[in-house]
Design a protein around this ligand. Structure first.
Ligand code: SF4
Length: 453
């Protein structure tokens, strides 16, 4: 019992995985270009009662000191780093420390996670943390704490000094909205947010923005989903003269007024989930917001506003055959997509896809460390797992070849500013090329032959 202690120390760990662990000799390309401010951890720290001193430890960039004098250990994790989280937790518990978990994986896999922890924060942290700490201090920590969705007007103020600034591409990240009401089958963001979109008072967002640097990242799940809100936010951001990046759905390009406002408010890059060129695949995944969209035309409109595109494509849909890879590459090059995230379909716990594939007995690998987009863990229908694996790698090799990087930069120089090209597009392309080439899975691309497979 810690009732008599005036202050306690809380060590909050983000566990690493072999894919993302930083090799100090390879910096900066290998590390910071993919690393954003750890917003969820900052919110945990900001939700702590005044008497708790929080240290955030990102294991991707620094090792864990198991001799820490912290009174309580917190571990926040996704699925791919769950095995490492369990290892860390087991070690701390053997040493007599209490461990609490939070994040997507423990929220969706509570019974599995509690085998390795004393308590689990289910859902968002901001409401739960003060209660958990109070119970911990009283020696009455319960195994599960389920949070209602947080009202975003009550979000606490963040202390970004808790992060090692130079280890991240930026610590100037914030949120204006959380969640998404679409029901894309593979998405864990939507169920975590109970298929609801919440917006934060715009005055608060603007206040936070004023304290940040010129370039910021909105870590929103779908920033323009509430058009009225986005319209007001973008309008009121114009005088701030920011440069911002976020994610949203392709539909923004059908709304000329909103797209222009996004540009005028400083939008210079959007992460967009295209997912597939096939209408059938989009239907299978219930990605209805992308249906019947003329991707080429819409990309052209976004580019014409001087906004770059970070496109996400997913392979391994039931309708995908081996020709999906050359066809998608053809589109990517034609559309001059600036950055690509191409992933093997991964049924994450908590998603409808996971439940469906589990029921159908199609998941053959439940080693969570393989749920990193670099492994195939399910049986596709129209190709074998090896083709899915090597075809995705082939596409990555082609997209990030020096020839194609040079070509896309040259073409993008017609609509993106030199600053965005050299400081954003080029480093991310080189970072991807460098990082991907370190993985075994990337080399599998050599065994994929688009004309034969
Ligand atoms: S639109 Fe994006 S955030 Fe929304 S459910 Fe689909 S994948 Fe998830």
């Amino acid at each position: 019992m810690l009732q008599n202690k005036k202050n306690i120390k809380f060590l909050l760990i983000n566990p690493t995985s072999p894919l993302w662990r930083v090799n100090p000799n390879q910096r900066p390309i290998n590390s910071s270009v993919f690393r954003f401010s750890m917003l969820p951890s900052l919110y945990v720290a900001a939700s702590m009662p005044y008497y708790v001193k929080t240290q955030i430890l990102d294991e991707d960039i620094e090792p864990i000191d198991f001799d820490t004098n912290a009174d309580l250990i917190g571990i926040s994790f996704m699925t791919y780093n769950a095995p490492r989280a369990y290892e860390i937790a087991d070690q701390f518990r053997e040493m007599g420390k209490m461990v609490i978990f939070g994040g997507y994986h423990p929220t969706f896999m509570q019974q599995e996670a509690i085998q390795h922890a004393d308590s689990i924060c289910i859902g968002e942290s901001e409401n739960n943390i003060p209660i958990m700490i109070k119970d911990f201090m009283a020696g009455k920590l319960k195994p599960f704490y389920k949070s209602e969705l947080v009202d975003l007007k009550d979000l606490p103020v963040l202390n970004r000094n808790l992060l090692k600034n130079n280890a991240y591409v930026t610590i100037n990240a914030l949120q204006a909205t959380r969640g998404c009401y679409h029901h894309c089958e593979f998405c864990s963001v939507a169920p975590f947010n109970r298929y609801k979109l919440r917006t934060r008072p715009i005055d608060q967002v603007l206040d936070e923005l004023k304290g940040l640097g010129r370039s910021v990242i909105f870590m929103d799940d779908n920033i323009a989903l509430d058009r009225e809100y986005a319209f007001e936010l973008f309008t009121r951001m114009i005088p701030l003269k920011k440069r911002w990046y976020s994610q949203c759905e392709i539909g923004i390009a059908e709304d000329d007024e909103l797209l222009q406002l996004a540009r005028r408010s400083g939008c210079r890059g959007l992460f967009i989930g295209f997912e597939s060129l096939s209408q059938q695949s989009l239907s299978n995944w219930k990605k209805y917001c992308n249906k019947e969209k003329d991707y080429l035309e819409l990309v052209k409109k976004i580019h014409s506003m001087g906004i770059g595109i970070f496109a996400a494509f997913v392979f391994g849909n039931d309708t995908d055959e081996a020709d999906v890879f050359p066809k998608t590459l053809d589109f990517l090059l034609k559309a001059n997509i600036e950055v690509l995230q191409s992933t093997r379909l991964t049924p994450f716990p908590g998603t409808p896809l996971f439940d469906k594939m589990t029921k159908d007995g199609r998941i053959f690998d439940k080693d969570w460390s393989h749920y990193d987009f670099f492994h195939v863990v399910h049986k596709p229908i129209n190709m074998n797992p090896e083709t899915l694996h090597s075809g995705t790698a082939w596409l990555q090799q082609q997209f990030y070849s020096y020839k194609n990087i040079t070509r896309r930069l040259r073409r993008a120089s017609r609509y993106l500013s030199p600053n965005i090209l050299m400081k954003v597009v080029l480093p991310i392309n080189m970072g991807y090329r460098f990082k991907l080439s370190k993985y075994e899975a990337f080399k599998l691309g050599n065994s994929f032959h688009p004309d034969i497979n």
